[in-house]
Design a protein around this ligand. Structure first.
Ligand code: SAM
Ligand code: SF4
Ligand code: SF4
Length: 336
């Protein structure tokens, strides 16, 4: 075990998020707008993706830094062939206690049971509207909510722990805040609202497009009274609230109006093996070359220590002071 490594703000490296593919079956307007990610967009060829052996080797190294949680994301991670095999191998790594996937759920109908069998603990399912007309627009592919609802049901039937994530963007889906809250209050699944963020370069973000946490909570509280709940653990990104009638809880991830950088323990690996210390980074650190050049575990460990100890990121805290000039990494590349 490597000693705990802290960054410049005393944050340990704890949660590893691995993007396994940059492709997706959706074209969510705020993430992969169809005009940009069209037929001639060049996605990564398979040879550029980290292999399962390479990913597992890195997970073993991260586990030595105290990483206990791994989240698999993308693009759409269920489009990566044999993803259940990767889940199974990660789950067996000593020290890894929790493996989760973030997905749009469409392929869960076929895959939920085998993912659970492989050792998957949790799924975060993204769904931005409960009404077809709105959802068909947000996903950019005219897909109705039914395939996602079926995916949620398959996950439930398989015994996976489920959370639903809804990005809220003004002018896109704020009409769905209450209908989504009502629907998932009924099913008992925790619904988490995510403030629309300025990730990437193509989603037309500006402050006017953000629906602040307070507005979301006030809207729901008026109809379905809420009370705040303490965080489950250090670094939890969602502010939690429970329904006063005891019928479950919701969360809000308020990266824009109430930044949580001070407890950010997340490290992200892109599908082609670049390491990012912040969602809003412009450049990553090339770890794949080290793997493919035959570097030892020790050499990779000292590189990670070097990267983490000089980490100074707190983009969301500094957002207002920053000039929006630098090119940022796309969400579909780095994963959520
Ligand atoms: N395709 C999978 C999915 O949608 O769940 C995994 C990858 S997706 C990039 C991960 C998460 O990032 C999703 O919940 C998505 O809604 C969220 N996301 C993407 N772009 C975002 C943005 N600009 N602001 C806030 N959340 C965003
Ligand atoms: Fe695909 Fe997820 Fe991005 Fe939507 S948010 S386009 S489902 S990667
Ligand atoms: Fe972490 Fe960067 Fe997000 Fe702050 S802005 S919480 S440092 S990923």
């Amino acid at each position: 075990m490597v000693d705990y490594v802290l960054d410049k703000h005393d944050r340990p490296m704890k949660d590893l998020r691995i993007s396994v593919i940059d492709q997706c079956n959706f074209r969510c307007t705020y993430c992969m707008p169809a005009e940009i990610f069209g037929n001639d967009y060049r996605f990564m060829p398979e040879s550029e993706l980290l292999s399962f052996d390479e990913i597992v080797r890195l997970v073993k190294i991260f586990a030595q830094f105290g990483t206990e949680k791994v989240r698999i994301t993308g693009g759409e991670p269920l489009m990566r062939k044999n993803i259940d095999q990767l889940v199974g191998r990660i789950k067996q790594v000593e020290g890894i206690k929790d493996v989760a996937i973030t997905t749009n759920a469409v392929f869960l109908v076929r895959q939920a049971a085998k993912l659970k069998e492989a050792g998957l603990d949790r799924v975060n399912i993204s769904l931005d509207a409960i009404e077809d007309d709105v959802f068909k627009e947000t996903n950019g592919r005219g897909i109705k909510t039914k395939p996602v609802i079926k995916g949620i049901e398959a996950a439930r039937a398989a015994g996976l722990s489920i959370k639903i994530n809804m990005v809220v963007k003004k002018g896109m889906n704020e009409s769905q805040i209450l209908p989504m809250a009502r629907y998932f209050k009924e099913t008992g699944d925790t619904l988490r609202f995510i403030e629309f963020m300025d990730v990437g370069n193509h989603n037309g973000w500006n402050m006017d497009t953000v629906v602040p946490k307070k507005e979301i909570i006030d809207q729901i509280n008026e109809e379905m009274p809420l009370e705040p709940v303490d965080p489950n653990y250090y670094g939890e990104v969602a502010n939690r609230y429970k329904y006063k009638d005891g019928s479950g809880e919701i969360g809000v991830i308020s990266s824009v109006t109430d930044a949580f950088c001070s407890t950010c323990t997340r490290v992200r690996l892109s599908a082609d093996g670049n390491l990012f210390t912040c969602l809003f980074a412009s450049v990553g650190y090339d770890i794949r070359s080290m793997l493919r050049d035959g570097e030892s575990d020790e050499a990779i460990i000292s590189r990670l220590i070097q990267i983490w100890t000089k980490r100074d990121d707190q983009y969301s805290v500094d957002r207002k002071k920053r000039k929006p000039t630098k090119k940022k990494i796309e969400m579909s590349y780095i994963g959520g």
